[in-house]
Each structure stands twice: as C-alpha cells, then as structure tokens.
Design a protein around this ligand. Structure first.
Ligand code: SF4
Length: 383
C-alpha cells in the first residue's frame, strides 16, 4: 500500500553519510576491511518537487544528478508517494534508496542551539544512505527515512548572518554552525554540491564564524584547494574496528576516513575526530588504543595541525531502540535496558546510558590515552 508522504515540512527522517573516493595517502595497514565498503551513492529514485525547481540550487542539483546519468522524476505536487512497502523493513529499503529534492520547512529559518557540538544547527539535508545499526537519527525523525536535500541553499546561507555573535560556546572558534546533524555531508555531496558551496560561503565571509560537519565517508577531493580560510572544521566519525566493521554498513572504511582526514589537514583545514559511539566491547582498551595509534599515524608530520576530538558514548532511547530493532531485527548491538542507567530530561524523556562506573572507566582511559598518544589533540567534550 502506498501512502502519501508530505515533502514540504518538518517531520522528516534520517541520518548521515556519503561517497567513497579513494584518498588514502598514508600506510594505515593492519585494518580489517568492513563487511561492505562505501561506494558513491546512486539513489534508485530521485524526485524533485515543483517548489524546489523554483530555486537556483534546486535546478543545480537536478543538473548535477542528471549529468551522472540518474533520472530525476518531476513531481506535480509537493508530495511523494510510493515509499511505503508491505512492512517496515520493505519501507525502510525503499525509502533509503530514494532522494527527494525539496524546499526546507520554513521553521528551519529559526536556528536551534546544538550543544555540545556547536552554537547553532543549520540543515542542508536530512537523511543518509548508510545503514548504521545504532543510527543517531532513528526515533528522532518521523516517517520513512527518505533522504531530502534542500533546494533553498542560498536562502539558508543568507539567513545565517543574523546569528553571528549571538552565541560563542567556544570563544576561540567564533560563532559555530553545525551542518551535519541530520545527514552525512560526504554521502550526498557528489549529488548536491551543497557543502562545497557552504565551505566557499564561510571562506568568503569576513566574520568570526566556523562551519562544522562530521562524516563517515572519505570523498574529499572536491574540497581540496577551496578558499576555505580555515573557517570549516571537518571531523571524521571513527570507531574501534569491532564496532565500525560490524555496525556501520555502507560507510567508508576506517583507513579511507583517516586518509581523508590527512588530505584535508594537509590542505590547511582544521580537522577533528568524532569518536562515537564509544562502546566497552571486549578488549576495548586494546581496540581503541589501536584506533588512536592509527590516527597518530594519519596526522604524523602535518604542518600546523589543528586537531580536536569529541567523545560520545553509546546511548539509546525507548523510541530509537524500537525503530532500530524494526530496521535491523537481527542486530547484535547491545541495547539492554537492564545493563544501562536511565536518565530523564526536563520533558520526561528517557535515555539509556552506561552505568556510572563504566562511564568513569571509559572517560578516564580516553582522557589519559588521548593525551599520551595524540598530545596535539584538543578534546572538546565527553558525553
Ligand atoms: S549514524 Fe550512520 S546511518 Fe545514521 S546518519 Fe550517521 S552515517 Fe547515516
């Protein structure tokens, strides 16, 4: 049965990530290959709404997609049909293979704070073609996980000017804008060009600002040589091999992400590590130690390296657990409420995190080992 899915507004669904160009420049041997290596995403179905075609960037995306030999279906209304299957898993498969070029909801003009990562969240897309079994977006967005890319990029970027100086979470960075909350930039860049345009926008913007985004992909070639002026920090989401090889379907190999990090660092970008989600898997000290050593090798000898780390432990909510078990019914991911501590937010929502003693052990170890193995790395936060 097909149901209509409104494409204009606020109740989208998805996650983040992108392409798989080979960019490794260092010997990062000793890494086991993931079950499925990333390829540049070719959506099975691409649609564009009439409203999106009224925007210059919407037309640019259509041209870019068609130039890659991918047909773009012109919708006659701002609604998408045909993304629901017989059951939840079939709906997931159909939606994950679909990209919709749409106009962002008007409510997105009012930016939301996004602690602890950045001052403000700016969305250029929503959705991701990867298949991480712990996906951060599960349960936080509604409807089938269609990837929506925004045609009104010029207006989205123009809107940022009024936020300069309105918050400075880390004063040395100026006002920070996070552009990967609901998507993975490099998963989509070859289809949209949106992040390249945004990097150029920040590079040409004479203000105390920083663009930030994180990715599990490695296709960075198009960002090398851009006039970024050091105003974009690209972080690579990385994890210990037992986690990344088992739970991060469709993403780039760890060695390729680290190669991409080196490529951008050599091009003068501030770079970062999003170490997430941290899990106390068997022998976790050994595996995460190996991960940090690989990073040290990847950044070895980079002149003027500006490297940060953000450490995020695994957590889930009752809603995200239900969604993920629907998408990945045979997952081996531990989501056992009895092994967790439950935290409540001010609205009564629950999230399940590791118990205090486990959290303490992890935090102490990462603090010491990041300082020892990556002394040039600045840790921004632990959560
Ligand atoms: S967690 Fe994985 S699937 Fe979810 S948004 Fe990020 S890259 Fe995409």
């Amino acid at each position: 049965m097909d149901l209509d899915v409104p494409l204009a507004p606020d109740e989208l669904s998805t996650s983040h990530d992108g392409t798989g160009e080979q960019v490794t420049t260092r010997d990062l041997s000793g890494l086991a290959p993931p079950a499925r290596a990333a390829r540049r995403w070719t959506p099975r179905r691409v649609v564009v709404t009439p409203a999106a075609l009224d925007h210059a960037h919407g037309q640019r995306i259509v041209e870019r997609v068609e130039s890659q030999g991918i047909e773009v279906e012109r919708l006659t209304a701002n609604r998408l049909t045909g993304v629901r299957g017989q059951d939840e898993r079939q709906t997931y498969a159909i939606a994950k293979a679909t990209m919709a070029i749409v106009v962002s909801p008007p409510s997105r003009r009012k930016l939301q704070p996004i602690p602890p990562s950045a001052d403000w969240r700016v969305d250029l897309a929503e959705g991701c073609p990867a298949h991480c079994q712990y996906c951060y977006l599960a349960g936080s967005l509604s409807g089938p996980p269609v990837t929506r890319v925004y045609a009104d990029l010029d207006e989205i970027l123009d809107n940022l000017a009024s936020y300069v100086g309105t918050a400075t979470r880390r004063p040395e960075e100026g006002t920070t804008f996070e552009a990967s909350c609901y998507t993975d930039p490099l998963a989509l860049e070859h289809l949209t060009g949106s992040w390249e345009q945004t990097v150029r926008h920040f590079g040409g913007w004479d203000a105390d600002v920083q663009l930030r985004w994180t990715t599990k992909y490695a296709g960075v070639d198009r960002f090398v040589g851009l006039p970024h002026l050091g105003r974009t920090r690209v972080r690579f989401s990385i994890n210990a091999l037992p986690v990344t090889t088992r739970f991060e379907g469709g993403t780039a190999k760890l060695e390729d992400r680290l190669g991409a990090l080196r490529t951008l660092a050599l091009d003068g970008y501030p770079v970062g590590l999003t170490i997430a989600p941290i899990m106390p898997v068997p022998d976790w000290r050994e595996h995460y130690g190996h991960l940090l050593d690989l990073v040290a090798s990847a950044v070895d000898g980079v002149p003027g390296l500006d490297l940060t780390a953000e450490c995020i432990t695994h957590r889930f909510t009752p809603g995200s657990r239900d969604v993920l078990l629907g998408w990945y019914p045979r997952t081996q991911l531990e989501m056992d409420v009895d092994q967790r501590t439950t935290k409540r937010n001010k609205f009564g929502g629950r999230k399940h995190v590791y118990p205090k003693d486990v959290m303490g052990e992890l935090r102490t170890w990462f603090g010491a080992e990041l300082a020892r193995r990556l002394p040039q790395c600045r840790v921004l936060y632990w959560t």
